[in-house]
Design a protein. Structure first.
Length: 88
């Protein structure tokens, strides 16, 4: 997955630009589940904390065994978790 992302970025050359966008998380009213891994980098955990706090209808799940890519670490367990969330 990552090597494809790098190829796409490199193929864009100098035509890539960034824009700042104001995102008002408090206005997102759909249910959301924020899933983070306990073994992930602190920055990603902080992002999860922020999303779980700012999204009005967010639930937070922290996977004690996971790093950054739980779906690659434990595919079946992560799929089962996502399936259970979606079927609620």
């Amino acid at each position: 997955m990552q090597s494809n992302a790098f190829r796409v970025q490199l193929a864009a050359g100098g035509d890539v630009y960034e824009e700042d966008a104001e995102i008002q998380l408090a206005r997102i009213t759909c249910p959301a589940t924020v899933i983070t891994g306990d073994k992930d980098l602190d920055w990603f955990q902080a992002v999860g904390d922020h999303l779980a706090t700012e999204l009005p209808r967010a639930d937070r799940i922290e996977l004690s065994w996971a790093g950054h890519l739980p779906n690659l670490e434990r595919t079946t367990e992560t799929t089962d978790l996502i399936r259970a969330i979606v079927q609620q």
